[in-house]
Design a protein around this ligand. Structure first.
Ligand SMILES: [Zn+2]
Length: 266
């Protein structure tokens, strides 16, 4: 019991920075000390900052497409070099009955183009104050698609998996991973019914393939508040939640922000 209290006490002392892990690989995050109260940029985009024991830190999202090697964070006119290691993600082969979800027709492509633009706008935004960097698990269930897997749909190579898929029956409530503002609600060709929550400082979560959506754009939600339910809309083979975590406009491994993902069965 005493140990239990001690653990809680230590957890309470740990600041937000230590709540997430430094993982300098494509799809990971780099946590880099910076000048106090400055706004660093990476790849021309503003980067989230936090304070840890009086030290300002940049939390940089590293895209899955990033080449391993030396990269630079821009801070107060200076360049801060950091190393990115390579990471080999496994391959996943998915077979879909709907051929249009593999090779969309001309009308579909027009629709996809418009949707990508709306999505890009929501994911690139940098606005608002961050409440917490530590996110909660929105849905419990087995992992049906880990982050980063290189994917083939009906043997055609496609983009790597930009989120974590958690299998759950249609109708399972989805909780908001943290407080934030709803910045996108849609019904998209690939992602199905979706919601984007902007948590501030460029950190967003994305919920795809939903059945029911119970929030509207502009609404502010609390951490844990139900936003809708799991479904099987868009390009799917079964009901699941695709959870995306986006930092400085790039999709990063959700398990870095939601460590509970590591204890879900695969
Ligand atoms: Zn997915």
């Amino acid at each position: 019991m005493r140990f239990g209290y001690l653990a809680v006490f230590i957890a309470a002392l740990t600041t937000s920075a230590m709540a997430i892990e430094d993982s300098r690989v494509p799809g990971g995050v780099a946590i880099i000390p910076i000048e106090p109260d400055s706004r660093p940029t990476f790849d021309g985009k503003p980067v989230l900052t936090i304070k840890d024991n009086g030290q300002d830190l940049a939390v940089v999202g590293l895209p899955l497409s990033l080449e391993p090697g030396t990269h630079q964070l821009q801070n107060m006119g200076k360049q801060i070099p950091f190393e990115v290691r390579s990471k080999k993600y496994l391959e996943q082969r998915i077979y879909l009955k709907n051929q249009r979800h593999v090779t969309p027709n001309t009308l579909d492509l027009d629709r996809i183009k418009g949707e990508s633009k709306r999505q890009r706008g929501a994911l690139d935004a940098f606005d608002g104050e961050l409440d917490t960097i530590r996110l909660i698990l929105p849905v419990e269930g087995p992992i049906s698609g880990p982050f980063g897997k290189r994917r083939f749909f009906n043997d055609q190579p496609r983009r790597p998996h930009s989120g974590t898929d958690i299998a759950a029956p249609t109708g399972t409530p989805i909780k908001a991973a943290a407080r934030g503002r709803i910045t996108l609600v849609g019904d998209f060709f690939f992602n199905g019914r979706l919601v984007v929550i902007d948590h501030g400082e460029g950190l967003k979560t994305m919920y795809n393939h939903m059945d029911q959506i119970d929030v509207r754009e502009g609404q502010v939600v609390k951490q844990g508040q139900p936003i809708g339910t799991v479904g099987a809309t868009g390009r799917v083979t079964g009901a699941h939640l695709h959870l995306g975590v986006i930092l400085n406009g790039v999709s990063v491994d959700p398990s870095l922000f939601v460590p509970e993902i590591n204890s879900l069965p695969q």
